[in-house]
Write a protein that binds this ligand. Structure first.
Ligand code: AKG
Ligand code: FE2
Length: 163
């Protein structure tokens, strides 16, 4: 993970460009561009380590991915609020495979219509696959927590639609 080019994420919130505490890095097959929270990012080429990990995640999940977003949460003070990953550039209902490293964090799902909640603990080395209609029917979040003092990295593999 030392070879990863971490940057603070930027998002446009209420029309203002802000840098988040969480850091991200974005890799893809070609010079992909990807719009997330209304900010367009261009992808860095894969590093050797990232390609190896993609191979593992693809074989474990039985899905293929052409890009990946890495998130670095320095501690439980950082998280991600409720959202679904349905950006226009993402393949509709495409799988998202998320590999967790470091601290165990709770990951929550909330059904968009019934508000039904499902919580899972994402442990070091675990792989969470969200596929089919998960993004259409559910939102997910990574709640902040006072209990976690150490960092967690998630490597989220996605498929960007070729236009
Ligand atoms: O860090 C995680 O496990 C979730 C990240 C996430 O939901 C996202 O990048 O869209
Ligand atoms: Fe997400």
């Amino acid at each position: 993970m030392q070879t990863v080019d971490w940057r603070h994420d930027e998002a446009i919130i209420y029309g203002k460009r802000i840098a988040t505490k969480r850091k991200v890095a974005w890799y893809g097959d070609q010079g992909f561009r990807y719009t997330y929270s209304k900010v367009t990012k261009s992808a860095d080429p894969w590093t050797k380590e990232l390609l190896e990990l993609r191979g593992l995640v693809q074989s474990r999940s039985g899905e293929e991915y052409n890009s990946r977003l890495l998130n670095l949460y320095h501690s439980g003070d950082e998280g991600m609020s409720w959202h679904s990953d349905a950006e226009v550039d993402l393949k509709p209902d495409g799988a998202i495979g998320s590999l967790s490293l470091g601290a165990t964090r709770r990951f929550s799902f909330r059904h968009k219509m019934s508000d039904h909640r499902v919580d899972v603990n994402l442990e070091h080395g675990s792989l969470l696959v969200m596929k089919d209609t998960t993004q259409s029917f559910w939102k997910h979040s990574l709640p902040k927590t006072k209990k976690v003092k150490s960092p967690r990295i998630s490597l989220t593999f996605r498929t960007i639609q070729r236009q």
